[in-house]
Design a protein around this ligand. Structure first.
Ligand code: B12
Ligand code: SF4
Length: 502
């Protein structure tokens, strides 16, 4: 039996934030660590999760307090393996937490093995070891590899484990079939924190939700996405998924489930089977759900079936209203599909979120105009406007590096992924002009459409008070509304309250 401590680094946005309104925020639990922890426990190992995302919120934004708590956990648990799971945006937080964990170990003469996993470690295994202070990186999926490690197999012989001197890193063996994995045990983290009823997840009403995943990998290869760097495409069965929903509802009391897959539409047969099974078992009367999906993967028939089976919200990465840009992104999605999906939702009164991406390499001003046009015409009930940042592990990143556009890896830039508006400009638009256009799109999304009659037609108790025009309102007040919406968009979506639906 080996003692394994799994650590999730904190979100830097929460640093120094003393008060949180959890009913307006969206955070997702440490799903992958729960999966690995449950798997380890099933194989007889002792495991703990240190969830610094939750800790930093509970500890009122004080990073030092979180690090002190990590130290205490190490002293108390005396782990033999310490594993961190993270994305590129967590680079600095991981660096700091690993240094603190190493110091805590040294204080009591502990020499655990430090291993990094997740997308960043998988795509940059050697740099992760050198720059972040690990002994090993894990490349790929670790459901099987982590058990071998804990069983005492020599690290460097475990497939997926990369050491300082590994020249030809292997990739972790993939578990087959996915149904053979145990359901992640949410009691290994503070699941009540994640299931806190909130408006931010599903703009319609407060829901208490936990996460699930339908499968791994993606059949598409969008150039900005790092998804394919990790997993081959495969899925759980409908029976497994519905049973898991029922189990979570019984065990943890959540009334909703969010499928975190980048798109659930890669297996439409599975969606149909899952919906039909939910309807037969009555699961839809106990648990509602929401998910991400591509516009070209829905039809009127499938949306109606999903709605009947308890789906109450769908998130779309529309990205752009310009076919030229969608093609540059290798989205393999006609712009008409964007319009059709949005119009279908509008017609069915099925709430959805429109995620837009601005600043793509090669994007011109007329392309951005096409995105304005898309939003103006479709008037989605909820919108997120994102600034393009190349993700390590994505085809774009490799291309921009090969072309010399990216000269050095810049972790400061990675931590801005998907949220702020002062990153580097990659579009074919002069920088100042681009910044202006981005600002205008944020205003359109977060102020103008939010205040429009179309939003009210969704049944919103809208515009929400904070977004209602104020007498004598000035630019700074509008900017504050955008700022608030921007931070909500980072965690999910702009909350609106709806009275009725399809
Ligand atoms: C679900 C998901 C989310 C969820 C939940 C994230 C979470 N905390 O688990 C949400 C919606 C919150 C999310 C948010 C974001 N995400 Co995301 N997300 C994903 C997605 C689609 C699936 C991840 C997943 O659960 N996969 C299934 C599990 C089982 O696989 P896994 O996580 O990879 O874990 C396996 C291995 O990596 C490994 N492993 C993982 N941890 C560890 C630890 C150890 C010690 C070891 C040994 C192994 C190991 O073993 C696991 C089991 O096999 C991925 C795509 C992908 N394929 O990774 C993007 C992805 C990871 N996300 C990405 C991004 C950019 C983000 C955001 C920054 C987006 C934004 N605009 O804000 C935020 C950041 C949030 C945050 N602050 O943490 C990028 C990351 C790119 C990069 N280079 O960093 C990805 C790759 C998608 C993409 N667009 O390219 N995301
Ligand atoms: S953006 Fe979505 S559809 Fe495109 S490759 Fe990534 S996960 Fe697949």
């Amino acid at each position: 039996m080996t003692r394994v401590l799994l650590v999730q680094p904190w979100n830097f946005h929460d640093e120094g934030v003393r008060e949180h309104d959890l009913s307006r925020q969206w955070r997702n639990g440490p799903y992958s660590l729960l999966l690995l922890a449950t798997q380890l426990r099933t194989h007889g190992h002792e495991v703990r999760i240190v969830d610094m995302i939750r800790d930093l919120v509970v500890m009122r934004g004080e990073v030092e307090a979180c690090l002190a708590s990590l130290r205490e956990q190490i002293h108390d648990f005396k782990p033999e393996i310490i594993g961190f799971g993270f994305f590129s945006i967590h680079y600095f937080e991981v660096q700091r937490a690993v240094a603190a964990a190493r110091a805590a170990c040294a204080e009591i003469g502990l020499k655990p093995l430090f291993i990094a996993g997740g997308i960043h470690a998988s795509t940059e295994p050697h740099k992760t070891i050198e720059e972040l202070g690990f002994d090993y990186s894990f490349k790929g999926e670790a459901d099987l590899g982590i058990v071998e490690l804990a069983d005492g197999v020599k690290p460097i012989t475990v497939r997926g484990v990369v050491g300082r001197t590994s020249l030809m890193p292997s990739t972790g063996d993939e578990v087959k079939p996915l149904d053979s994995l145990p359901f992640p045990d949410w009691s290994l983290c503070d699941y009540r924190f994640y299931a806190h009823p909130t408006y931010a997840r599903m703009s319609i009403r407060k829901t208490s939700s936990l996460d699930m995943i339908m499968g791994r990998g993606c059949v598409y290869k969008c150039a900005f996405c790092a998804y394919n760097a990790l997993s081959a495409v495969r899925f759980y069965s409908a029976e497994y998924l519905v049973e898991q929903m029922e189990y979570m509802h019984r065990q943890f009391g959540n009334s909703a489930v969010y499928f975190t897959d980048s798109t659930i539409g890669n297996n439409r047969k599975l969606i149909r089977e899952m919906c039909e099974l939910m309807l037969r078992r009555g699961t839809h009367t106990r648990v509602e759900w929401y998910a991400n999906i591509r516009p070209n993967q829905v039809s009127e028939e499938s949306l109606k079936l999903m709605w009947r089976a308890g789906c109450r919200y769908l998130f779309y990465g529309f990205e752009s209203g310009s076919q030229r840009v969608l093609d540059l992104m290798v989205k393999k999605c006609p712009v008409e599909a964007n319009y059709e999906a949005a119009e279908l939702h509008n017609r069915l009164h099925f709430p959805y979120h429109a995620s837009m991406l601005l600043g793509y390499p090669g994007e011109r001003e007329e392309d951005i105009e096409a995105s304005f046009e898309f939003l103006r015409r479709t008037q989605p009930p909820s919108i997120g406007v994102n600034w393009y940042v190349p993700l390590p592990g994505s085809p774009d990143y490799d291309k921009l590096r090969a072309e010399g556009v990216i000269n050095t890896d810049d972790p400061q830039e990675w931590r801005r992924i998907g949220e702020v508006n002062n990153c580097r400009v990659y579009a074919d638009v002069p920088e100042e002009r681009f910044r202006q256009l981005f600002k205008q799109m944020e205003r359109l999304a977060y102020v103008e459409i939010a205040r429009s009659p179309s939003r009210a037609a969704w049944g919103c108790i809208s515009p929400p008070q904070s977004e209602a025009p104020q007498p004598g309102e000035n630019d700074r007040a509008v900017e504050a509304i955008v700022e608030a919406a921007r931070s909500r968009a980072t965690y999910g979506t702009t909350p609106v309250e709806l009275r009725q639906s399809a």
